[in-house]
Design a binder for this molecule. Structure first.
Ligand code: SF4
Length: 360
């Protein structure tokens, strides 16, 4: 496995360093995201946040902005929380102990094992999805449990090069022992592979039962108004915790399951309602009357697949009068000034086609 790794390992920026912070960032970014996607994000991140102190001191909005497009934004907030803990509790140095690593926000058993072995040379296993698949095939076990995997990989891990060994197993899973078409002829451990001997590679591990993911419709209010330098749009900030926490978006509301029950009238009504509530929130408490919102048009729908649900966004544009105030959670932002704000991908797509064509 080590000879395979020496020969085949891909050149990746985080493999050129032994800095535990850099390895931590790469491991967190690689959770649920492909290597090719991560590389440019990693490079940019390292330029902006080269050490735990710079990340700990950064504004959360900028951290989310740097993460924008990688998805699973909770990872970015966890990474910043981990950096703060490293600075406050560990004097700015990533702790070397697997237990202390596992206590950092966002660091699970896999990441702690990867960090301990790659950055600190400890002979501990690091079991990700690739390793699980390789081991399920080597053992010809349709559903190996976590304890069995930890024991078996722990038994195999090389005490002199534990980080390289763990990465070799992951690399084997990523490039040779792939989910659909394992290239057994090119595999360095094919002789010891029980699934290969039994011809069961394709059934190992047993695929999880597919769960139906819910598909919902969200009515989105794109409220625009003329500003001093062009059209402005009303954005609200999502709560700090939960899905897409802390990011900015057009106000939206779930109006029901995707399908025939949600018609256009229902979408317009939902969008109008949420638009009014967002606008009212900015008014002085003495002002009871809602400001006039003029329904303009229904904009093209945008589909987005999250990890556990699909959402079809149905944006509806309204015109608001100039002069409404802003607040901490709701802002008027010029269409030309959206860039510095952390905005989810689906919302970027909505906003991309939402600016009125006619001049202010
Ligand atoms: S022999 Fe085939 S199935 Fe077994 S570990 Fe190698 S690539 Fe995977």
């Amino acid at each position: 496995m080590l000879a395979f790794f020496d020969e085949r390992q891909r050149e990746l920026p985080w493999r050129e360093t032994s800095d535990p912070y850099r390895i931590l960032v790469s491991e967190i970014m690689l959770q649920q995201t492909r290597v090719e996607t991560v590389v440019p994000y990693y490079r940019r991140w390292m330029q902006r946040f080269p050490d735990p102190a710079s990340l700990a001191a950064a504004d959360e909005e900028e951290v989310l902005r740097q993460w924008q497009g990688l998805g699973y934004y909770r990872r970015a907030r966890n990474l910043q929380a981990a950096a703060r803990e490293i600075v406050e509790r560990w004097g700015g140095n990533v702790p070397g102990d697997a237990k202390a690593l596992a206590d950092l926000p966002g660091v699970g058993a896999y990441t702690a094992g990867a960090m301990a072995s790659i950055a600190f040379g400890q002979a501990v296993p690091a079991i990700d999805g690739n390793v699980r698949r390789v081991m399920a095939r080597l053992l010809d076990d349709p559903a190996p449990g976590a304890a069995l995997l930890a024991r078996e990989v722990g038994r195999l891990v090389d005490p002199h090069r534990p980080g390289d060994f763990n990465q070799a197993l992951m690399e084997l899973g990523a490039t040779v022992c792939t989910p659909r078409s394992p290239d057994c002829a090119a595999c360095p451990v094919s002789e010891g592979c029980r699934a290969r001997a039994a011809g069961t590679q394709g059934e190992r591990p047993r695929p999880p039962r597919k769960k139906e993911i819910p598909h919902r419709v969200e009515a989105v209010a794109v409220v625009v108004r003329p500003g001093p330098t062009g059209w402005e749009v009303l954005l609200r900030r999502r709560p700090a915790s939960g899905l897409l926490g802390g990011m900015w978006e057009c106000p939206g509301v779930d109006v029901g399951p995707h399908g025939s029950e949600v018609d256009e009238a229902c979408v317009v009504e939902g969008a109008q309602d949420v638009a009014l509530r967002a606008v009212m929130r900015q008014q002085p408490p003495t002002e009871m009357r809602p400001p006039p919102l003029l329904l303009d048009r229904v904009l093209p729908a945008v589909d987005h697949l999250f990890s556990h649900r699909r959402v079809t966004y149905r944006p509806v544009r309204f015109h608001a009068p100039a002069g409404l105030p802003a607040s901490t959670s709701v802002r008027w932002v010029g269409f030309h000034a959206l860039d510095p704000l952390p905005i989810p991908r689906a919302q970027e797509r909505i906003l991309g086609g939402a600016e009125p064509e006619e001049g202010v």
